[in-house]
Design a protein around this ligand. Structure first.
Ligand SMILES: [Zn+2]
Length: 340
């Protein structure tokens, strides 16, 4: 058997690829732009070329290929992705070589990596919750991600938390994602500052000098990181937006906790970069919503943006007939140099 697999994490904007050895050694990482604007057929072709280039760089035919892709997905086919626009692409179509291939859902594949190699390594049941542009979770049961009947499992970002609240991009009202995704936090802060007359004394250190008479949205998008910094410095508007995010998360996580009794909740993504500014009030608020039981501990994810690619490597080894890949990988493989 070949000594490496090709692993690819396909996102809406970029594809992170790598070659990973039998003992978890990272032989190579690289990335490409996802040509999403050119249509799904071009994206599939770009994936094929990237896999081919990686295999050539590895000096031979890989033992297997693992791919993390967005949307509805089974191990054998990418069924649908609104983000990329494809439907019913068989796994073999992504691979220009005659090698076994396994597909995984992007968030669940990241969750698999956190389960086998990361924050969930000693845990059986947990929620992996990356909070980025959107919010989707990986429900981990007995160490494996669970996708439900049709693959929609884990869409915790669209749990209604404020049913009379703001409209979500999905068309429903008051979804968790509308209040607590990293982009929502930035967007909601920007909207509030833009709607506040500049003469009111509200701190507007990030605002462009706009006329108070024309409350237009800020030209510069405010990031969740900036809102976190403003929250830490006591900016009342930022604190309110941050509090809404914490409140929304505590409601959704209380529901998850009561339903599935996880041993931990693993927080990742851009918003989790705020560290204790997020986890301290969230832990307190979550406990406050649980009457008869202790809240599960909140843990930071440890694999960061590498999670999807590492999970894809596990899938690649599983495709190659090594189902326990990762179990004995030394954790120092995670300290290998990375392409961000
Ligand atoms: Zn929604």
């Amino acid at each position: 058997m070949s000594s490496f697999v090709v692993a690819l994490d396909v996102g809406g904007t970029s594809m992170k690829g790598g070659l990973v050895g039998r003992s978890g050694e990272i032989i190579l990482t690289d990335r490409r732009v996802t040509p999403r604007d050119k249509g799904p057929a071009v994206v599939v072709e770009a994936i094929r070329s990237f896999i081919d280039e990686l295999a050539v760089a590895g000096g031979g035919t890989p033992a297997g290929v693992g791919l993390a892709v967005p949307g509805l997905v089974t191990a054998d086919a990418a069924l649908y992705s609104a983000n990329i626009g494809w439907s019913n692409v068989p796994a073999a179509d992504f691979v220009p070589l005659d090698v076994p291939v396994m597909l995984g859902h992007d968030v669940r594949t990241g969750g698999l990596a956190e389960s086998v190699l990361g924050a969930g390594r000693e845990l059986s049941d947990f929620l992996f919750l990356p909070i980025g542009t959107g919010i989707a979770g990986a429900v981990i049961l007995k160490g494996e991600p669970y996708g439900g009947t049709a693959g929609w499992g884990g869409e915790i970002g669209h749990i209604p938390v404020f049913p009379n609240g703001e409209t979500c991009a999905c068309g429903q009202i008051g979804c968790l994602e509308t209040y607590a995704s990293a982009s929502a936090v930035g967007r909601r802060y920007s909207a509030r500052v833009a709607a506040t007359p500049a003469t009111s004394g509200t701190p507007t250190s990030l605002a462009t000098p706009a006329s108070a008479a024309s409350p237009v949205p800020l030209a510069v998008p405010v990031t969740a990181e900036q809102v976190a910094a403003l929250t830490a410095s006591g900016d009342p508007v930022a604190m309110e937006v941050w509090d809404d995010a914490v409140e929304a998360l505590s409601l959704a996580l209380a529901t998850y906790t009561l339903l599935l009794d996880p041993s931990a909740i693993v927080l990742g993504g851009g918003l989790a970069e705020a560290g204790r500014l997020l986890s301290d009030p969230l832990a307190e608020r979550l406990q406050g919503r649980l009457a008869f039981r202790e809240a599960p501990p909140l843990r930071p994810a440890v694999l960061g943006v590498r999670a999807g690619m590492l999970g894809a490597a596990l899938l690649g080894w599983r495709a190659a007939g090594v189902p326990d890949a990762g179990a004995t990988w030394p954790l120092d493989v995670l300290k290998s140099p990375w392409v961000a």
